[in-house]
Ligand binder design. Structure first.
Ligand code: ADP
Ligand code: MG
Length: 294
């Protein structure tokens, strides 16, 4: 488009809370065939709450919550905050842990009374050679099918229970997906969360493809695969975990300027708020600028 049309479009987008970092990105937005969203904090509110405690035989819910909170007290993850909030709300004492370690995209561990306590995904525990007893696995699958995120808690090699969380979908997410479809685009979810949980949400929102259980570098690989199969991709995310994929996309979109600096810095377009319909606005403004300049 002409420099004047481009400048006007960037101004117009800015007034609607969409910061486009240069004319080239408007141009690229008009070529996009696919919009990929991170799940947590983007399609959902990113404020998970604990919904279920599933202690193993011989363990009480209070013990389970106390041990999980002892580890999670030192973690920055949204799931960790939810565990600590629940323990505090129930007045459950949180024992002191040592040697905390975050296992990025997988969970966390710490030492407690000489034992190693881990909190994290089933994939994490499997990678450390541990597995939940069958009774717990059935409960885990049921909770995941309800769209909940489930993490397991272990003490040395014993699985002592599971904790389930619900992260409400954003009310505007369904409309954003519908409007992207109306623009002729394919909508994809890329997430570190488990497949069953992600699929339940993807179905509810009308998302075309769900790729789950991805670590940050696997999100980049999934993006490259989408580009090879379908064409240019816009990737919208908010977390530190999303920054590599946001940087790798044809158009990287950071959601919520209150979100992670890494994602905003990696992005070509930054949304002032955390409303996923801002992605639709960005695409509409870019398409209109192209029409005006033709
Ligand atoms: P997302 O892509 O949804 O932002 P993350 O990459 O942050 O997800 O985490 C992926 C998965 O790793 C979570 O769904 C959870 O199972 C596990 N996980 C990561 N950190 C923690 C933690 N501190 N406590 C419990 N589970 C965790
Ligand atoms: Mg996120």
């Amino acid at each position: 488009s002409t420099p004047v049309a481009t400048a006007a479009a960037i101004t117009r987008a800015g007034r609607r809370g969409v910061l486009v970092k240069g004319g080239i990105h408007l141009e690229q937005l008009t070529r996009v065939r696919v919009v990929a969203f991170d799940k947590t904090g983007t399609l959902t509110r990113g404020r998970p709450q604990v919904t279920d405690l599933v202690p193993a035989d011989g363990v009480t819910a209070t013990e389970l919550l106390g041990l999980a909170a002892a580890v999670e007290r030192w973690s920055e993850h949204p799931l960790a905050r939810a565990v600590v909030e629940r323990a505090e709300a129930e007045g459950v004492p949180i024992p002191a842990a040592q040697a905390f370690e975050a296992l990025v995209g997988a969970g966390a561990r710490a030492r407690l009374d000489g034992a190693v306590v881990r909190v994290g995904s089933a994939a994490l525990l499997e990678s450390e050679g541990l597995q939940g007893p069958p009774r717990l696995s059935a409960a885990v699958h049921e909770l995941q099918a309800e769209g909940k995120t489930v993490v397991l808690v272990t003490q040395d090699s014993d699985v002592i229970g599971a904790v389930a969380f619900r992260d409400e979908p954003r009310s505007e997410a369904r409309e954003a997906v519908d409007r992207l479809h109306a623009l002729g685009l394919r909508v994809v979810m890329l997430t570190g969360d488990q497949a069953a949980t992600a699929l339940a949400l993807g179905r509810a929102l009308g998302v075309d493809e769900v790729h789950a259980g991805l670590r940050p570098e696997e999100k980049v690989a999934a993006l490259r695969d989408l580009e090879a199969r379908l064409g240019p991709v816009a990737m919208a995310g908010d977390g530190v975990n999303d920054a590599p994929a946001v940087a790798a996309a044809t158009v990287g979109i950071a959601m919520g300027l209150a979100g992670s600096d890494a994602a905003v810095e990696a992005a070509d377009v930054a949304l002032m708020g955390d409303d996923p319909r801002g992605v639709v606005t960005a695409l509409e403004v870019a398409r209109r600028a192209r029409r005006i300049s033709l």
